[in-house]
Design a protein around this ligand. Sequence first.
Ligand code: NAD
Length: 357
Amino acid sequence: MKLLVTGGAGFIGSAVIRHIIHNTKDEVINLDKLTYAGNLESLAEVSDSERYAFEQVDICNRAEVDRVLAQHKPDAIMHLAAESHVDRSIDGPAEFIETNIVGTYTLLDATRSYWNTLPEAKKTAFRFHHISTDEVYGDLPHPSEKTNVEEHLFTEQTPYAPSSPYSASKASSDHLVRAWHRTYGLPVLITNCSNNYGPYHFPEKLIPLMILNALEGKPLPVYGKGDQIRDWLFVEDHARALYKVVTEGKVGETYNIGGHNEKQNIEVVNTLCDILQELRPQENSYRSLVITVTDRPGHDRRYAIDASKIENELGWAPEETFETGIRKTVQWYLDNLDWCQRVQDGSYQRERLGAAE
Ligand code: NAD
């Protein structure tokens, strides 16, 4: 199979491409604009493969997207390209509207034109897999407000109620993808996943930010009370789930993906501090660096996924627990501090983003 992966130089896209090159015989074309979040270095271990090709293209550029489709003739598209950081969407929503909504529309319409040129068998087998987030569902009851919160999980039927410019733009793109299926018959699949963590995560996100600040003895800024709950999934488990969905998923269906790992942000930060204390012991505990800062405006209180559909229908389950995955992640950052330095390249100094002050 020949797969076109958009956003393949990003955190999850690069994990997907590494997974495909290492574990299958498929070919991959990586279509990526290379924004601040895209780094080809994350693909160094697979970029020499004859089954890998790179195209530096913006998904909003219709002519270039048409060219790539005509030239490479993919059998399926996995669409991950997006602006992905909630805090940046608060400071500057325009790029989120452009890439996540207009870009997804451009890609969908170009795909429809290409798909219509395919011979019948290839047309039937073709898949457009849109990779989305659980943030489209808004937030769930939090244990501080309600008992038995474990009964409240996001299912594929949960109504959309996005809170941030980021999640609203992703929700819009999900709607476009469903409309292209219903109206034009494009064979689509959608996945909505919880928070990912793991190697090659850009240092603006909670886990790498805390690891790098801690190692430099800088404050560890926790938003509000730090009691927001996320359902953490190791990125390589997500990559395996995505490959299963694009190859075995049922056309028109949505699959929620999650790790059964509900943790408060403060618990995550304390865990990171404790693992660092073990791996890089220092006199003052890393926990003493934790400070609280003004909360993110509109901050969702709790996300948690019911992943039973993908587990029952496609036989996927995460291989990592939070405890094993987070340890691997900390070790990876300790071993790859040079990658972290290079991707920050002077334009981002781990400053506070999205405070909307
Ligand atoms: P990321 O920010 O690390 O990577 C995004 C990639 O898209 C980058 O390589 C960037 O260069 C590329 N890109 C951005 N704009 C582009 C454009 N206009 N044209 C072409 N390429 C462009 O993001 P990520 O964390 O890897 O997330 C990938 C996808 O998964 C996103 O769609 C995101 O919404 C979704 N998702 C992320 C998470 C998470 O926890 N990170 C969870 C669920 C879903």
